[in-house]
Every structure is written in C-alpha cells, then in structure tokens.
Write a protein that binds this ligand. Structure first.
Ligand code: PLP
Length: 395
C-alpha cells in the first residue's frame, strides 16, 4: 500500500523495537536482563488502582470533557502550583494520552515547515522525529558528559537563528539523567525571551531526583509561563506507564489550540484512568517516595559497578533512572557493545545513538530493574568487556 510521503520523515523510538527483539530471544529460551525500556518495574500504588476500579464500577465508562475531568485538572493545577513554583489555573491544564501527547500537540500546533527546533542530543528521539514529520528542522544541541550532561548555554545561543521557533529542554533527562541547574534555566529563559521562542519543558522525571537536587521548572521564571509548554505525566512518577496519562500546562494563548488538537485526535483521555490519577496526586505519596529511595540505591549499585569495569566511565546522574556510560575505552562504539551484550551476554541495553549522534560512545542503561538483576547484568557486562579491553585500544 502506498503511504503518505510524509511517512518518510518520521523516526522511531528504538527502545520498543529492541525490546521486541529481546523478547524474541527470550522466546527461544535465552535468559535476558531487560535494561532497555524506561519504565518503572514497580506496580502502580494500590490506592490508585483501587480508585480506578471503583470508578469503573460506579459507571465512569463514558467520554470525559476533552481537556480532562475537572477534578483532575484542579488536582494537577494545585500540585503544579506547589511543586513547580508558579500559579497554575485548571483552565491551562490539558490531560493527554501519555506525556507523548503533549509533545505531539506542541509540535504539530506550533511548528511550521522550515521552522527550526532546538532539541537535545542525546535526547528523547520523538522530539526530533515529530519535528521532521511536520516539515521542521531539528537542530541538535550537544549534551556532553564533560558538562555533567547539561547543555552549554553559550552553545545554545550560537544555534539560535531567525528561523528558530522552539527549544526543547528535558530535565531530569532521558537518556543521561542530567539535570539543568537554576542558573542554566535562567540563562535559557533569557535567550527564549530575547529571541521570542517557545520552550517545550519536558519535566516527566521532575520528581525522580536524588541527593537533594532541586527541581526547577523553567515556567516558574519571570516571563516564562506565557511562553512555556510544560510536559508532565503519571507514567514515571507513579509507575503508571500503561495507563497512558500525561498532562500539559500551556500558556493562556494556547488553550484553544490544545483543545482543538485533543478534539481532533483522542477526544479525551480515559475517564476511569483520570479518576485514578486524582488519587495519585491527592492520596498518600509514600509509595512515590519509596520508589525514589529504591531508584537511588540502584543508581549507586549500577554506577559503582560500571566504573569498576575497565574501559567504562560512568557519571553519577542526579535524576531519572538512567545511566549513560562512555564505553569508548572498550574499543567498541555504544552500538557495537549493545549488540554484543545482547547476543553474547543476554543483557539488553540501548545504543547511545538511539538518542542522537553525540551518543556514539555511549550505551543507555535503564536501572528500573531489581538490584538482583542489575548485579547479574553487571557481572555479565564485565565478562564481555574485560577480554575486549585486554586486547583492544580505546576508540
Ligand atoms: C523524556 C520523556 N518524555 C516523555 C516520555 C513519554 O512518556 P509517556 O509514557 O507518558 O507518554 C518519555 C517516556 O519514556 C520520556 O522519557
């Protein structure tokens, strides 16, 4: 069947494809440790599941209002006002199918053919994919380990042209775990205001932070809430990936645009799931806190373990649940090492290039897996890498 020409411009998220390949190997009887998918391994907190089940039994099986149920929009507005540090009214909140929905609407709603959008490299691959899909040009801003996986604001300034429409920032970041400082954000805000740019601020990992690291929303900085689309959601914080619930906080000037795009695509996010999400925000937060404590212990296990393997260097990220080690010392690229780890050791990780060219020397490890599996994975990685390092020279 002939597909539309524009399909030649769309990219993908290789985590899903690699996971399918790993599952096929598992079906052949291989033991695979899955470190490829960015998904908490915890169950959704019981109170949230109960609330959604109750909602179903009580008849919440119909369409919801397109922007989201009023209770959830209010709960999100209250939560965002408290945590993100700027006054959010429910009218500016839109509930979407996954955080991905927010991204889709930001890009199709605001980017014209020929517009440039600055995207992190390495970064979540869908930003770039969607920008190309609408005929825009993604402009990668390098995110380097030597700068603690924070973008360099001077480099960002040099990438801005008269065609630049939007800057995408993601803090804490996938795939690096890097976190932008308040100082970074202030300087990015200053550029956005000076050049009249929109900021898409992906804050989906905003509550997964370690070592006292502060979450700063760029929308809370002076003059920014009217030019920032905040992307957040329930997938990561509350281990609700399968519920497909995210939300946008948009400037007043984009309320009509978001409404129209939602009506044209999903009509609304699932009603009973939204009722569960109200409980996620308003109910006990102990489970979220316990998950973050566990993620931190796993981070240390993984980072310490990787740094003990010759040829691998890993920064200790202060957010999200990913490690992004530099593997150049093994003599292999990240893609080559990822392939060998899967084939020879049954450890499934992603090549750094799944997130952009700057990731060539890296692999991404999602440590959203049990400590037992992570320890086993480290042993297996060492068994593959040690002989390589003994016989090869670094790239
Ligand atoms: C940076 C980032 N933004 C957005 C998303 C999408 O989240 P959701 O599953 O809620 O669509 C992900 C998922 O991996 C992510 O890593």
């Amino acid at each position: 069947m002939r597909v539309a020409t524009r399909m030649s411009t769309i990219g993908t998220e290789s985590a899903f494809e690699v996971a399918a390949r790993a599952r096929a190997l598992e079906a052949e009887g291989r033991s695979i440790i899955h470190l490829e998918i960015g998904e908490p391994d915890f169950d959704t907190p019981a109170n949230v599941r109960e609330a959604a089940k109750r909602a179903l039994d009580e008849g919440a099986t119909h369409y919801a209002p397109f922007p989201g149920i009023p209770d959830l929009r209010q709960a999100i507005a209250d939560d965002a006002t408290a945590r993100k540090g700027f006054a959010v009214t429910p009218e500016r909140v839109f509930v979407t199918v996954g955080g991905k929905g927010v991204m889709l609407y930001a890009i199709i709603g605001l980017v014209d053919p020929g517009d440039e959008v600055i995207v992190p490299d390495p970064g979540y691959p869908i930003y770039e994919s969607l920008v190309r899909f609408v005929g825009g040009s993604p402009v990668p801003i390098p995110i380097r380990m030597t700068n603690e996986f924070r973008l360099d604001v001077d480099e960002l300034a040099a990438l801005i042209t008269p065609r630049t429409r939007m800057i995408v920032i993601n803090s804490p970041a996938n795939p690096t775990g890097g976190v932008l400082t308040r100082g970074d954000l202030e300087r990015i805000a200053e550029l956005a205001i000076r050049h009249d740019l929109v900021v898409l601020a992906d804050e989906i990992y905003g509550r997964i932070l370690y070592d006292g690291t502060e979450h700063v929303s760029i929308a809370s900085l002076p003059g920014m809430s009217e030019r920032t689309i905040v992307l957040d959601g329930f997938s990561k914080t509350f281990a609700m990936t399968g519920w497909r619930l995210g939300y946008a906080i948009v400037p007043e000037s984009l309320v009509a645009t978001y409404g129209q795009l939602i009506i044209n695509t999903i009509s609304c996010a699932p009603t009973f799931a939204q009722i569960g999400a109200v409980e996620a925000l308003r109910g006990q937060q102990d489970d979220v806190e316990a998950m973050v404590v566990e993620f931190r212990a796993r981070r240390d296990l993984v980072v310490d373990g990787l740094n003990e393997i010759p040829g691998i260097r890993c920064l200790r990220p202060t957010g999200a649940f990913y490690a992004f080690p530099d593997v150049a010392g093994t003599g292999l690229s990240g893609a080559e090492l990822a392939e060998r780890l899967l084939r020879e050791a049954g450890v499934c990780v992603l090549a750094g290039t799944a997130f952009g060219d700057v990731g060539t020397d890296h692999i991404r490890i999602s440590y959203a897996n049990s400590r037992e599996n992570l320890s086993l994975a480290l042993d297996r990685i060492r068994a593959v890498v040690e002989p390589l390092v003994a016989t090869s020279s670094p790239r």
